[in-house]
Design a protein around this ligand. Structure first.
Ligand code: 13P
Ligand code: 13P
Ligand code: MG
Ligand code: MG
Length: 365
């Protein structure tokens, strides 16, 4: 058996309570029962089921590697079962993110988001799982840059010999379907040219200079997969911590300042990403503002010891307050940019249908 452990986080919106604001307990129970069964059958080593807003997240460990067909198929079946439960309860958008009728070898490109990494477990292996709702894949670019490349955020880049060499950023162009790897700190200005435009360029993974996996994100863009608006991507990001990686507090520190992201109401607005405890991840004001939660685990023999609810800490109160102030300010703009997303991004919402009706009425100048 492979000695390496794989951490797989696979998430999907399979129905909201009420509207897009939260999840029904029955979905968490349905998923939990199925993952418990898989644990007893030794298909997976351990699991934790949670939700951020209306997005159901399956956090699983196993020894089958990333992109494993059996694990992906299993996750797909769990989501299908939960979508059925959601349908029976009449939940909103039941099966929203399940874009295919049948499983086809990988869950990639089928609607759910996923972040996976396989590694040799250290003597002590702290890992963090970040989950967001009402925002897009790409929302992690800024926090990843700060945690892994900015010494004003991460003291270890300066004072720890194990971080002093910096990291490698694997960046995907999700519209051009290509990827590139940048060295940090050597190439941070080049890196920022691209990841400063997070709707197209996304940090997919981060490695140490010795090629050890440090972090992985979901980059699935639902609208690009579906060819129409079906909801926001609501992405996930996982990271290892301590030792050769940023400390837990260095990974959390980027979320102490309100960051503006795309998403919020109808996936069409810019708003602040608010770090909250799991119990507070129920976005209701204007279907938001966007939320991020973080669960911490010690991974031990593949088992998930924890979780700790990392943003359940008064030291994030000011960040939340700043988010609420910014939310007010952005809301004042109503349907105007920059609260409403720029036209290019509105193409991936329901607005093109409205514009189509007026096509003939436009006369040349
Ligand atoms: P400890 O001394 O508590 O292990 O902390 C070290 C550290 O890295 C804090 O971020
Ligand atoms: P979700 O992407 O979380 O389903 O939200 C969609 C939406 O339209 C919120 O207003
Ligand atoms: Mg939804
Ligand atoms: Mg959602």
């Amino acid at each position: 058996m492979d000695s390496k452990v794989t951490l797989s986080v696979i998430k999907a919106d399979v129905g909201g309570l009420v509207g897009h604001s939260s999840i029904h307990q029955d979905l968490l129970e349905e998923a939990g029962n199925r993952l418990d069964g898989a644990k007893h059958q030794e298909k997976i080593i351990d699991y934790h089921v949670t939700a951020c807003g209306d997005d159901l997240a399956l956090i699983m460990t196993h020894r089958k590697g990333a992109d494993n067909k059996e694990i992906h198929q299993f996750a797909w079946e769990v989501f299908e079962a939960c979508a059925e439960t959601a349908k029976n309860l009449g939940l909103y958008g039941a099966g929203q993110d399940l874009l295919s009728d049948a499983f086809s070898g990988t869950i990639r490109g089928m609607g759910p988001g996923l972040a996976e990494m396989e590694f040799e477990e250290r003597e002590s292996e702290p890992v963090l799982v970040f989950l967001a709702d009402k925002t897009s894949a790409g929302a992690w670019n800024l926090p990843l840059y700060k945690a892994f490349a900015d010494p004003f955020n991460t003291a270890g880049l300066i004072i720890s010999p194990s971080l002093h060499d910096g990291f490698k950023f694997e960046v995907h162009d999700v519209k051009g379907h290509k990827k590139i790897v940048f060295d940090s700190p050597e190439e941070i200005y080049d890196l920022l040219v691209f990841i400063g435009a997070p709707s197209q360029y996304m940090v997919k993974a981060i490695y140490t200079k010795k090629d050890e996996i440090a972090a992985a994100t979901s980059t699935e863009r639902l609208s690009l997969t579906a060819g129409k608006y079906v909801g926001k991507d609501d992405p996930v990001y996982i990271s290892r911590s301590q030792g050769a990686f940023p400390a837990v507090g260095e990974l959390l520190e980027p979320f102490t300042r309100a960051q503006l992201v795309e998403g919020w109401m109808r996936g069409s607005h810019t708003g602040p990403l608010m770090p909250v405890a799991v119990r507070e991840a129920n976005p209701s004001r204007f279907d938001g503002p966007p939320r991020v939660i973080c669960l911490g685990f010690q991974l031990t023999g593949g088992h998930l010891i924890g979780p700790r609810d990392m943003f359940d800490d008064p030291s994030f109160d000011l960040a939340r307050q700043e988010c609420n102030k910014l939310a007010d300010h952005m809301r004042r703009h109503g349907p105007f940019e920059p609260h409403r997303l720029p036209m290019e991004e509105m193409e991936y919402t329901t607005m093109p249908q409205v514009m189509k009706r007026l096509e003939q009425r436009w006369k040349p100048l």
